[in-house]
Design a protein around this ligand. Structure first.
Ligand code: ATP
Ligand code: MG
Length: 575
């Protein structure tokens, strides 16, 4: 490809709404343009990268026995009503009507339609397991589309669905996908971690892992163990209680005046005590009840864990009025002692505390020497707190470390959730009807491309890992007006192409500085400069984008030299 003919409009300025570097660089390097909020045009270079990721994904899915098909984007509302998700999915679902007034959705995911297909076509255990996948645009009317391709409203996803005869067989399918995902992100040249995740409201029969590309800009917080291979999304990370119950003597319960002291920090200061001696009482509402969640003052509540305990669709902090109705006090003075009208859910650590401090359910007052068991009894004692760095690992008690990640993929055991709702059954070995056991497995292809940039860039631009670079090499003739030089550059370009190297030649009549800047911005892994030395000494300069190393190489050996680097680097990322 000649750069003079390539639609890769590079820009110096940064789009105002770009908050993350991948968005900035994809825009500036001429990889994407915005069509609407969360909806993007993939320009030729951007789409080449997408296609490379898709190809890697496809090869690994096929290797595990996945069969590629193509499901419709437009899905009838009836199927979504059958699964119950027409109502549950909410505003994220793009809905539309045809000319007859029939309702449809644009697929945000495809469990319904694939289960409908399989229930109609599969009758016997002999046809299972079945692994079906597609790579296609998905549509989600995200509340906050942002970060460019990271959170779009139209994006490319690979989604595979597994159908098995029982849980043991699902485990095998799940393991296959877990392995395939590990190979995919390795082959893309990315640093990633599979982490245990929260199955959330989707429920399902159990396990789920998210694949995280490690990057400080990631929306997900994860913890992992220094010592063993435990890693989890903080939403899911299990807290370990290592403290023994306090041996302190229980003192007499006492009310103290605390005028205007509403926050944990103020209270600790006012009473001259540690936050770990305070009990934080947080009032929440769900669609069915009001609950009070208790955690130690120095801890944070994990709302996901609380919601899982409650098993509700909704969970939100109670408004002032609800708090006052419940406690008879202004906000900031709630406590579990003599509290009626709300379920009390205590974190495990709270029950170990002695002579603690809580709100008195009275404005401007707290209670001291509060002892769980003596002064109040929680309705439930569970793990509802957020785990932080430095805490012990739930597997080996090693030290946990915190990091941020971008969720690029997820593997999920669905169990019989959809087969039950839609009646997807088969006849087992004994001729008995059974529900199929399902799994679903997604990879955000467009998000993976953005994540790759978050992890691979410098001040000058993108640094593509070789396996997903739009082209491997750019040949830059220093002076396009110099016919001899241009001829040598074109010869090299042709030879590289013949050798199977993906190459562009910057034949634009621009200053070398401009060409070098563009090449760095776009991030071609290798740059070959054909200048005056090509004629005088028969040599060219080859520069590695990643580390800036420059090699002077004889023209006749240049193709071999480049081919080796390209092949070695791809091989390095092949597990
Ligand atoms: P998130 O929690 O980030 O909203 P999700 O858990 O809803 O994602 P899944 O339903 O598991 O996403 O979708 C599978 C994959 O699709 C995700 O792992 C992610 O890589 C990608 N993905 C999801 N939503 C988007 C989006 N709005 N834009 C781009 N990629 C997305
Ligand atoms: Mg997910």
């Amino acid at each position: 490809m000649r750069v003079s003919e390539l639609l890769a409009p590079t820009l110096r300025e940064v789009p105002a709404e770009a908050e993350v570097i991948s968005h900035v660089l994809m825009f500036r390097a001429g990889l994407i343009r915005k069509a609407a909020s969360g909806v993007y045009i993939y320009l030729p270079l951007g789409y080449r990268v997408m296609k490379k990721v898709m190809q890697i994904v496809r090869e690994e899915m096929d290797k595990k026995g996945g069969q590629e098909l193509m499901l419709p984007i437009i899905q009838p509302a009836e199927l979504w009503m059958e699964s119950g998700r027409w109502d549950v999915y909410g505003d994220e679902l793009f809905r539309l009507k045809d000319r007859h007034g029939r309702e449809f959705a644009l697929g945000p995911t495809h469990e319904e339609i694939i289960t409908d297909l399989v229930r109609g076509e599969v009758r016997s255990y002999k046809q299972l397991p079945l692994l079906l996948y597609q790579i296609q645009n998905k549509y989600r009317d995200e509340r906050r589309p942002r970060f460019g391709l990271m959170r779009g409203r139209e994006f490319i996803m690979k989604d595979l669905y597994s159908f098995d005869k029982d849980d043991a067989s699902l485990d095998v399918s799940y393991r296959k996908m877990y392995e395939a995902y590990s190979r995919i992100f390795t082959r893309c040249g990315l640093k990633y971690r599979p982490v245990e995740a929260d199955p959330g409201a989707i429920g399902g029969s159990g396990g789920t892992h998210e694949f995280m590309v490690m990057a400080d800009s990631g929306e997900a917080a994860i913890v992992y163990c220094h010592n063993c291979n435990y890693a989890a999304n903080v939403e899911k990370a299990e807290a370990v209680v290592t403290d023994a119950p306090s041996g302190e003597d229980m003192l007499a319960l006492q009310e103290v005046s605390t005028p205007g002291v509403r926050t944990i920090a103020n209270l600790a200061e006012f009473l001259n005590t540690g936050a770990d001696r305070l009990i934080k009482a947080l009032v929440y509402q769900t669609e069915v009840e009001t609950v009070v969640a208790l955690v130690r003052g120095d801890r944070e509540l994990n709302e996901i864990k609380l919601q899982n305990v409650l098993g509700t669709q909704q969970l939100f902090m109670a408004d002032e009025r609800t708090v006052t109705d419940l406690t008879g006090a202004a906000t900031g003075y709630a406590g579990p002692v003599n509290l009626k009208g709300a379920r009390i859910i205590a974190d495990k650590e709270v029950t170990l505390m002695r002579n603690a401090v809580t709100g008195a359910n009275k404005t401007d007052a707290h209670l001291i020497n509060v002892n769980p068991g003596r002064d109040f009894t929680p309705d439930e004692v569970v793990d509802i707190r957020l785990v932080r760095a430095g805490e012990p690992c739930p597997r080996c008690l090693g030290e946990l470390v915190e990091a941020r990640g971008i969720e690029v993929g997820q593997v999920f055991k669905l169990g019989t959730k959809y087969s039950k709702a839609l009646g997807a059954k088969f006849l087992d070995e004994n001729g008995r009807e059974q529900l199929m056991v399902m799994g679903c497995y997604g990879i955000g292809v467009s998000r993976t491309v953005a994540a790759a940039i978050e992890q691979n860039h410098d001040n000058d631009g993108i640094i593509w890992p070789m396996p997903i670079a739009p082209y491997h090499v750019i040949v830059v003739p220093v002076s396009t007006k110099d016919e001899e030089q241009m001829k040598l550059a074109l010869n090299l370009y042709d030879s590289l192409r013949e050798a199977g190297i993906e190459v562009v030649i910057d034949d634009r009549n621009e200053r070398p500085g401009v060409k070098f800047k563009d090449a760095d911005l776009i991030g071609y892994p290798l740059r070959v400069v054909v200048g005056s030395k090509a004629l005088e000494e028969g040599t060219v300069e080859i520069k590695y984008r990643r580390n800036g190393n420059v090699h002077t190489v004889k023209l006749e050996g240049a193709v071999q030299f480049i081919k080796k680097i390209v092949e070695d680097e791809i091989a390095e990322h092949t597990p």
